[in-house]
Design a protein around this ligand. Structure first.
Ligand code: 2BA
Length: 109
């Protein structure tokens, strides 16, 4: 068994969750925050039998889009002036950042 952890954009999360349910995958959705943009994103925890990992990855790929997002200027107030960016910067986010982890044991009590 594997645990798939997928960080996706909030805009894709409802569609992805519906697609997972339609394909009989069980998942848990967490509200998370990206360390770089410091804005909200969504992380899915999906417990998957080994033979279904590729199917799950395909569903994530099909339902998560890449988008350009503007990063607001970082204020130097109280911070390090070295990291000050005085103008908005466009970064490309997503579609999804996915980790596939081995699972030693799975229990439901
Ligand atoms: P954020 O950390 O908010 O990053 C948003 C986007 O900013 C990234 O998109 C990337 O295009 C850019 N970015 C991130 N760190 C950067 C840096 N040090 N320098 C320049 N640009 C940078 P994605 O790569 O698609 O990542 C989307 C979200 O996935 C991330 O949001 C973060 O929440 C998660 N993520 C990405 N890589 C990760 C990793 N290795 N470990 C844990 N979470 C990760």
């Amino acid at each position: 068994m594997k645990l798939i952890m997928a960080v996706v954009q909030d805009q894709d999360s409802n569609r992805l969750m519906s697609a997972l349910v339609d394909n009989n995958f069980r998942s848990t959705k967490l509200a998370t925050t990206g360390g770089f943009l410091k804005s909200g994103n969504t992380t899915f925890m999906i417990g998957v039998e080994d033979v279904r990992v590729n199917k799950c990855l395909q569903i994530i790929r099909d339902n998560c889009k890449s988008r350009d997002q503007l990063m607001a200027p970082i204020s130097p107030m109280g911070g390090n002036a070295d990291s000050y960016i005085p103008y908005p910067v466009e970064v490309s986010v997503g579609g999804a950042t996915v980790f596939v982890l081995p699972i030693d044991q799975f229990h439901q009590f």
